[in-house]
Write a protein that binds this ligand. Structure first.
Ligand SMILES: C[S@@+](CC[C@H](N)C(=O)[O-])C[C@H]1O[C@@H](n2cnc3c(N)ncnc32)[C@H](O)[C@@H]1O
Length: 280
């Protein structure tokens, strides 16, 4: 594939189109962040599904994603408590039990009360994590690269080092830092409610890609995956290509996704271009 692509399409149609384009078994990394079926109104997109329709919605898409993944490809699926158990079972059904692993991502810091200088006491459970389901096409023949992360050293200082992915991820951005990143790109305006931090997605891509890999995000939202891919290319002189897909809900492609990619290309002086394809 010569260029990056941004699709404005229902991802079911886009995934079928990618198969028609001859990309079966050609995609190396698929980081996706679907709606979590929380029933919360995120304004940008709908996050509630009737009955068990969430799992059948995901089933159709993950089956196609499986076909697109290369023999050593890896898929990272963000999800929280609401659907992690159902989705984990679905992934095991499609990929095989031995090819599915679960990671915990610490998404928020504990709530600190800056006036009292102590952690706020909460009566119920304060949830500061969510999950990433990692699906390998072939777990036994896939070696993940080391990722760059902050770790506490023996003296309790945070130091940056290369290390294998761990099953509990922290210091790779938070929901809060992700929002700050977007505010900065869009001059303080809130254009999207639920972005993921670039750092986190960048390390997933680093772990599962080589310099010429193809990366696909078919729930692209604000386009974090595109930015992560370009940052990584700049860092290691890579030539990874991204394919981003978002539907027409609230015109996200034209008002958030494409403007973000363009702004980031300009801001960081990236040498990247993309093709826009609408399937509507
Ligand atoms: C949780 S957000 C993804 C956020 C993204 N990770 C980021 O960092 O900005 C999920 C996105 O999936 C999109 N979406 C939901 N259903 C879709 C579908 N069937 N086809 C394409 N996009 C869809 C929503 O519009 C929303 O932008």
């Amino acid at each position: 594939m010569k260029d990056n692509i941004i699709f404005e399409a229902d991802n079911l149609e886009a995934l079928k189109e990618l198969i028609n384009m001859g990309l079966e078994e050609k995609i190396d990394v698929i980081p996706i962040d679907p709606p979590y079926n929380t029933n919360i109104d995120y304004i940008n997109y709908i996050d509630s599904f009737e009955g068990d329709s969430f799992i059948s919605f995901m089933n159709m898409r993950i089956e196609l994603a499986y076909k697109l993944l290369s023999p050593n490809g890896v898929m990272f699926i963000h999800i929280d408590d609401n659907e992690v158990f159902n989705l984990n079972i679905l992934c095991k059904k499609i990929f095989g039990i031995e090819n599915v692993k679960l990671i915990i991502w610490k998404k928020n810091e504990e709530i600190f009360d800056f006036n009292k200088k102590e952690y706020k006491k909460v009566h119920n459970i304060n949830v500061i994590h969510e999950y990433v389901i990692v699906c390998f096409k072939n777990f036994n023949s896939t070696n993940l690269n080391y990722i760059k992360q902050l770790k506490l050293d023996n003296s309790g200082k945070l130091i940056e080092s290369y290390a294998p992915l761990t099953s509990i991820l922290e210091f790779l951005g938070s929901n809060f830092s992700a929002k700050e990143e977007l505010y900065e790109i869009f001059d303080g305006k809130e254009v999207f409610r639920t972005p993921k931090p670039v750092k986190l997605i960048k390390e997933f891509i680093r772990s599962a890609s080589s310099k010429n890999s193809l990366v696909l995000d078919f729930f692209a939202g604000s386009g974090t995956t595109g930015q992560a891919c370009m940052e990584l290319n700049k860092e290691d002189n890579g030539n990874r290509k991204f394919i981003l897909v978002n539907n027409i809900e609230n015109n996200i492609c034209k008002t958030v996704l494409i403007p973000r990619i363009n702004k980031v290309i300009e801001k960081f002086g990236f040498n990247e271009t993309f093709r826009f394809i609408s399937l509507y």
